[in-house]
Design a protein around this ligand. Sequence first.
Ligand SMILES: Nc1ncnc2c1ncn2[C@@H]1O[C@H](COP(=O)(O)OP(=O)(O)OP(=O)(O)O)[C@@H](O)[C@H]1O
Ligand SMILES: [Mg+2]
Length: 332
Amino acid sequence: MDGSVQMSGNKTLFEFPTSRIGSAPRRLKQIWAVGGGKGGVGKSLLSSSLALALSRSGHKTLAIDLDLGGANLHTTLGVELPRQTLNDFFAERVNHLSSCITSTSFPNLEIISGAQDTVTIANLNDEKKLRFLDSVRDLDVDYIIFDLGAGTSGHTLDFFLFSDVNIVTMLPEPTSIENGYRFLKSAYFRRLLVNKKLAPIHDLIELATDSKNVQGVRSPADLFKLVSRQKPEMAAQLKAEIERFRPKLVMNQVRTHADIEIGSSVKTVCKKYFGIDIDYLGYLDYDSTVWQAIRRKRPVLLEFPQSKLVGNVNRLIDQLLRSHGEQKSSLL
Ligand SMILES: Nc1ncnc2c1ncn2[C@@H]1O[C@H](COP(=O)(O)OP(=O)(O)OP(=O)(O)O)[C@@H](O)[C@H]1O
Ligand SMILES: [Mg+2]
């Protein structure tokens, strides 16, 4: 992204540092975020599985639980709730984000557990969020995985947009798909809204973010049409910015071939009706080993190495690493 984040609550744009003149090069290769419109669509399962698979392939990996209020990534990874969590960072009880890192029993895998204290979460403002985002890229790891909360709150969208790889999970069910579309559209609009190059059409983008606007702007495609009419000189720039963002879709809990195909339909609908491009990255099968592993507080990939999920996750990781210039080494 372009390095700007919008402060929610007001419309002030601000910058976080994208260059670090005179400092050591960062180790971090990428941040991958897993989000989605709805609760219970497998964001934590996918985040923890990606993190575990990356760590098993030799990458030092950190999973961060950004599900504010509903933090449970540690359980998915079979880790007891650590003593220090994001609560302590947001409440300024620790100076450095690195103090909240907890090691796990898995080589190369660390975790920052989520904020659970409602007072801390209610007080999470843009300054604190910026401090977090500013610190996170300095952590001494190869990959960071953000496990996001459900919904389209400003904080959640900003964590999603700040990442290098933006993954959205959906279930092959109408309600989940509907919420997934809403999440994608909200992310697009928020991304456009904070883009300084688009400042001349800020008012039109803001109008689009009001889902009940009377102009009928419901999608980036509608916004493009409106801008083409009202500010044609900005249309090409808007198009370029819309095209620059390519979220990746993972269908979860698929049971049939038709379920897998729903992912392709979602991609087609996104292009045809919303004017946005997404990549259909792949899918996770529905597998009853998931709840069995959760009950045992163990990662499913390790507890049930014959589970179909192992192959599913390996394929996703392979795709992601390949599209970012890395070949698969030995996975699970
Ligand atoms: N592929 C799957 N096969 C079987 N069960 C699954 C699968 N994915 C998720 N589940 C079940 O769905 C539940 C919700 O998954 P998960 O906690 O990963 O979703 P989430 O999107 O992180 O939810 P929340 O928004 O509440 O954080 C899990 O407890 C698990 O039982
Ligand atoms: Mg979750």
